[in-house]
Design a protein around this ligand. Structure first.
Ligand code: BDR
Ligand code: CA
Length: 311
């Protein structure tokens, strides 16, 4: 199989961790780098967490280049009430043998994009600050990016506020820059991520693999489930694994090509992704907005990737 070259920009984060563990075993992906950003918890945690997840997944060959420790403007937001103070629920992770690299995330994105001559894909499962800085520093970056897949936003509802999803709310200015950049972009928002859920039975099946990786993923799925109860989702929403599976296997999903913008001024709506998906479709489309998933096939593929650790 021809592997696709990707950089994963993330803020681990429990569901980032599960997405990464799945990605490490996907034969479709050649992961060139991981570029952590501040998000679910500060960068002093998300960057070392990336190393710990690589150690857990047996992939310490992948280099980690930290990026931004704060959003482009305004105060940093975090979600430690969901992810724990360390971002990984205090789960006992293996001691990493690899170390953080000195080169900055945005410089690595540019370097790899240029070297691959337009073949690099980006997968972003955190606030979009690193990507926005890369765009500001290297204005011709978009022509070297084959595809960007983002977990963020939502057409219909929010989770950080009633209107806004966390990754976009954490840096709305960065998100707007990215969506306006011209990079071919797919957006997996809360709409599809809540459809891409794991039921309690499926979490038990995962736990039954009997590996340390599966035990971790089952525990973090149960943590996600407890936060999903107010939404009435019949299982644990797989936010970042959903975007990762879209990047790996887009044919499992349904998307509409439409305009998406980010509200940056609203009193109640700052950080909301405003979409043209359910309106008059008069604005020029800039995003593939992913709205639905073949859930049974999604679950089978996600569990098959995690089963690769044994069990
Ligand atoms: C997103 O925000 C974070 O809490 C998760 O890691 C995910 O990327 C869900 O809104
Ligand atoms: Ca995340």
């Amino acid at each position: 199989m021809n592997k696709r070259s990707v950089i994963i920009d993330c803020d681990p984060g429990i569901d980032d961790a599960m997405a990464l563990l799945a990605a490490f075993r996907a034969p479709e992906l050649d992961i060139k780098a991981i570029t952590p950003v501040a998000g679910n918890v500060p960068l002093v945690h998300t960057a070392p967490n990336a190393l710990k997840i690589l150690a857990l997944g047996g992939r310490e060959d992948i280099p980690v280049y930290p990026g931004a420790d704060r959003p482009l403007t305004g105060q940093a937001r975090e979600a430690s009430e969901v992810h724990g103070a360390d971002g990984l629920m205090g789960w006992p992770m293996p001691e990493p043998r690899s170390v953080l690299r000195d080169e900055k995330a945005w410089d690595v994105i540019w370097r790899e994009a240029k070297a691959l001559g337009g073949e690099l894909e980006l997968i972003a499962t955190g606030p979009l600050t690193n990507l926005a800085i890369a765009l500001a520093k290297y204005p011709d970056l978009p022509k070297y990016i084959k595809k960007l897949t983002v977990m963020g936003g939502g057409a219909c509802f929010g989770n950080a506020t009633p209107a806004a999803e966390f990754n976009i709310y954490a840096d709305p200015e960065a998100a707007e820059m990215v969506f306006r950049s011209g990079m071919p972009t797919a957006l997996c928002g809360l709409d599809v991520c809540h459809r891409a859920h794991l039921t309690e039975n499926e979490v038990e099946e995962l736990e039954g693999f009997g590996t340390v990786q599966a035990a971790f993923c089952a525990a973090l799925s149960r943590q996600e489930l407890s936060w999903a109860v107010p939404y009435g989702t019949p299982g644990a929403p797989m936010h970042d694994p959903c975007a990762m599976l879209y990047a790996i296997a887009p044919t499992l999903f349904t998307a509409v090509h439409c305009w998406v913008g980010v509200e940056r001024a609203g009193v109640h709506t700052r950080g909301k992704t405003v979409t043209d998906a359910f309106s008059d479709a008069k604005r020029p489309p800039n995003v593939d907005l992913v709205l639905d998933v073949d859930r049974p096939r999604f679950v089978r593929r996600l569990l098959a990737l995690l089963r690769e650790y044994g069990g």
